[in-house]
Design a protein around this ligand. Structure first.
Ligand SMILES: Nc1ncnc2c1ncn2[C@@H]1O[C@H](COP(=O)(O)OP(=O)(O)OP(=O)(O)O)[C@@H](O)[C@H]1O
Ligand SMILES: [Mg+2]
Length: 387
């Protein structure tokens, strides 16, 4: 069978292994871009680039994350605007890698999630950043909309990165935790014939960032310095730990639909308000304790935990996770050769690589899907010689 890329563009050589990964997560902090070369193993990251998302744009994205007036119009506009920004980020990272765009096989674009509703009668998940625009403006074939196919076979559509962790770490047994806006865990058994377990554990940085913004007018708690000065408020912690999602068995995934300002206010208003730094410490404790509880909830032989995502920079958070996991070695993914800031973007470059080669990349043991499927849609580049 002809490779998909050949069928679509007629020009791409599928042996070419340069892929761009674009990621913009639930923190809505930045568009992260990488150029990956999948020809060697382990893959090589040629260049990285991060474009901060300005507060006004973040606000417009956030306003689409919950129901509001004139949504379709606002969504349609933002879809194109983000598509343009993603294309620009792709071109900039290609330039940093000193690669002509003809050499790049495809972009894997996650898109910006504005809704994730895997439990509805008609489950759906929506990532925006128009891939037609990305392919047209960049001149690079674009793979996008990775999550929805998994939903069609009964999966959560998330998390998807565990398949990349498995591919990359092979028989290296251990747990990977990505701490972005939400946190997700991957449990990799040493024996590769055993199923990988992976699921969202709950909030990662999202509530910490929210509180920093509200109480300190800061986007984040640099290295966890403010939380470190606080004391955990047991009433607030136990109030928040009542959240049913935290007690559900996997497969499960979550987002800003659950963990948002309204959710926090609901719990915060149920108790006597603690000092601001105590709230910060309590939110770190919530993230740390739910990650640790998730890891310990599954039978698992390894005692290594590797952390990636922006939360890997929060030293206080890492210390609190380690405190909940006595006997475990808690380090960042740098210990296993994965630069913690770029794992998610690398994962989406790899997901595009899989799709272009016609290979499935959802793990049914993780998402709960009934079968493996090829993820995403392919939006071919229109280069001069393919017209
Ligand atoms: N130096 C730091 N100290 C504390 N927290 C940090 C630091 N650097 C980043 N962070 C946290 O990491 C967050 C960004 O993480 P990241 O980009 O991995 O999340 P994301 O965009 O939601 O991604 P994803 O959804 O893919 O996991 C910031 O919003 C902030 O909370
Ligand atoms: Mg981010």
């Amino acid at each position: 069978m002809k490779e998909l890329a050949e069928l679509f563009t007629g020009i791409n050589n599928v042996d070419r292994a340069y892929y761009i990964g674009l990621m913009s997560g639930t923190s809505i902090d930045a568009i992260d871009a990488v150029v990956a070369d999948f020809a060697p193993f382990p893959p090589h990251c040629l260049a990285t680039h991060s474009v901060p998302i300005e507060p006004a744009l973040k606000q417009r994205i956030l306003s689409l994350c919950s129901p509001g007036e004139n949504e379709i119009e606002r969504l349609g506009q933002l879809d194109i605007e983000l598509g343009q920004q993603f294309a620009q980020a792709a071109l900039e990272v290609a330039k940093k890698a000193a690669l002509n765009i003809e050499k790049i096989q495809a972009i894997g674009s996650h898109g910006q999630t504005i809704r994730h509703e895997p439990e509805l009668l008609y489950p759906f998940t929506l990532q925006i950043g128009d891939p037609n625009t990305i392919a047209q403006l960049s001149g690079i074939t674009t793979v996008a909309d990775f999550r929805r196919r998994d939903l069609t076979v009964g999966g959560q559509g998330a998390p998807l990165a565990p398949a990349y962790h498995r591919w990359l770490l092979q028989d290296r047994g251990g747990a990977v935790v990505n701490i972005g806006g939400m946190a997700n865990v991957t449990l990799l058994p040493k024996d590769q014939s055993k199923a990988v377990i992976g699921f969202d554990t709950g909030p990662g940085n999202v509530l910490i960032d929210y509180w920093m913004n509200r109480a300190y007018d800061k986007p984040l708690d640099q290295d966890g310095a403010i939380a470190r000065t606080g004391k955990v408020s047991e009433p607030l912690l136990s109030e928040m730990q009542k959240e049913p999602f935290l007690h559900q068995p996997p497969p499960k995934s979550t987002g800003r639909e659950t963990f948002n300002a309204t959710w926090f206010d609901h719990h915060y208003s149920a108790i006597a308000p603690p000092a601001a730094e105590d709230v910060a410490a309590t939110l770190v404790e919530l993230t740390a304790s739910t990650i640790a509880a998730a890891v310990l909830s599954q039978p698992f032989e390894s005692r290594s935990l590797w952390v990636c995502g922006g939360g890997a920079h929060n030293r206080f958070l890492l210390e609190r996770i380690a405190a909940h996991l006595p006997g475990w070695q808690v380090e960042t993914t740098a210990a296993v050769g994965m630069a913690p800031d770029w794992v998610e973007a690398m994962a989406f470059a790899w997901l595009a690589y899989q799709t272009i080669h016609g290979r499935s990349s959802n793990l049914p043991s993780v998402t709960g899907a009934t079968e493996p499927v090829i993820l995403g849609g392919i939006f071919p580049a229109s280069r001069k010689n393919s017209r």
